[in-house]
Design a protein around this ligand. Structure first.
Ligand SMILES: Cc1cc2nc3c(=O)[nH]c(=O)nc-3n(C[C@H](O)[C@H](O)[C@H](O)COP(=O)(O)OP(=O)(O)OC[C@H]3O[C@@H](n4cnc5c(N)ncnc54)[C@H](O)[C@@H]3O)c2cc1C
Length: 346
């Protein structure tokens, strides 16, 4: 029985190979799925259309449960080495501290909340995968697939070449705009938030205690007109600072503007970030040593199904969340582990 929701026809095919599981996308979820399969001896091919790994810290907040999962997978030690603890959050409204929340957990919860930039998470997972003999095939894009009762035949673009790969299963970990999900014709209901934001990875020289997220806002009659959220990153005084987008960077009117995730083409300068810090930091503070920055948008959506027959979806391909609460990557990692088990590493 042929199911051909998303097939590329007619391209010259230079090679045809086989694997047990093709994983599309080498973000944190695809890498987790690959590692979970490899440590059980199952052969996988992992592809990503990006020629090099992304250097952004989209996901920073790591939930205690993710650390438990990483413990079972044998990667918790290198993960903790590259992270910093998250002790709590301090909230300022109109310059005055209004709340200090300590993130306490019962003693029998083995790990605490922690912060780790997404590029470091991906590095740890990629390294563990390499130790199982699997490297990500980079610069390779899934352009189509068809599935039948025996497997999935994927069409891949690798530079100028088109190749075919037959897999017993296909896992779409290809993010919010997932080609695998679109190929299945699965719905992705939800909505985009109208606001646009910007973020940057900088050092702040303020005297606030380390390990606390800082949320500072301007409010009048309960309405927030200005906002800065600083999440601690490993490194002395280093934070991911987010705020409403600066007016001169706004992309709202542009056709084809990104509806979820980083926009990349209009990076804020250190001057944009300093202006936010000047307006909202509770004490005079200088932002310096910016590593990267971007404009971004957020939305909330969920797929109508996690897959059909031999094709599965995981992570942002199946559900996208606003960053508040650190749900996106954490729940995505759990998709990839619960679907293939998470027993402790030998
Ligand atoms: C500003 C911001 C802050 C966030 N903060 C947090 C947080 O603190 N905690 C949290 O848990 N989550 C957070 N998130 C969400 C988190 O970043 C995502 O949930 C996470 O990246 C999802 O991982 P993924 O592997 O499913 O998809 P992605 O990270 O999007 O990876 C998908 C990969 O698939 C590749 N790809 C796409 N299409 C193809 C194709 N056709 N062929 C081959 N490769 C393809 C892409 O190149 C990409 O590398 C945040 C998101 C944003 C935007």
């Amino acid at each position: 029985m042929d199911r051909t929701p998303f097939a590329t026809k007619g391209a010259p095919v230079s090679e045809h190979s086989e694997t047990s599981v093709l994983i599309v996308g080498a973000g944190p979820v695809g890498l987790t799925a690959a590692l979970e399969l490899r440590r059980r001896g199952i052969d996988v091919v992992v592809i990503d259309r990006l020629p090099t790994p992304a250097h952004y810290a989209k996901a920073v907040g790591i939930q205690p449960r993710t650390l438990e999962v990483w413990d079972a997978m044998g990667v918790v030690r290198p993960a903790l080495d590259r992270s910093t603890p998250m002790h709590g959050q301090i909230v300022f409204v109109n310059g005055a501290e209004v709340m200090r929340l300590d993130l306490e957990l019962p003693d029998d919860v083995p790990y605490r909340f922690t912060c780790m930039p997404q590029y470091a998470t991906e590095h740890v997972l990629r390294r563990a995968l390499a130790e199982h003999g699997t490297a990500v095939r980079r610069g390779v894009e899934l352009t189509g697939y068809e599935q039948n009762t025996d497997g999935v035949i994927a069409t891949l673009r690798d530079g100028d070449e088109t190749t075919r790969l037959t897999a017993r299963y296909l896992v779409g970990c290809d993010g919010a705009h997932s080609a695998v999900r679109k190929g299945l014709g699965v719905s992705f209901e939800g909505d985009a938030f109208p606001e646009e934001y910007m973020l940057a990875d900088v050092e702040l020289d303020w005297s606030l205690p380390s390990g606390y997220g800082v949320r500072a806002m301007t409010q009048e009659d309960g309405t927030t007109s200005d906002l800065m959220v600083c999440i601690p990153l490993p490194g002395d005084g280093r934070y991911r600072v987010s705020s409403f987008v600066a007016p001169d960077l706004a992309t709202t009117a542009e056709a084809g503007a990104v509806t979820h995730g980083l926009e990349g083409k209009h990076p804020p300068t250190l001057g944009h970030i300093q202006a936010v810090v000047d307006r909202l930091a509770p004490e005079p503070t200088t932002a310096r040593n910016m590593l990267w920055s971007s404009v971004f948008r957020i939305s909330h959506r969920i797929a109508g199904s996690y897959g059909t027959e031999r094709v599965f979806l995981a992570g942002d391909a199946a559900h996208i969340h606003p960053p508040t609460g650190a749900q996106g990557m954490n729940t995505g990692i759990q998709d990839a582990t619960t679907s293939v088990g998470s027993s402790r590493s030998p």
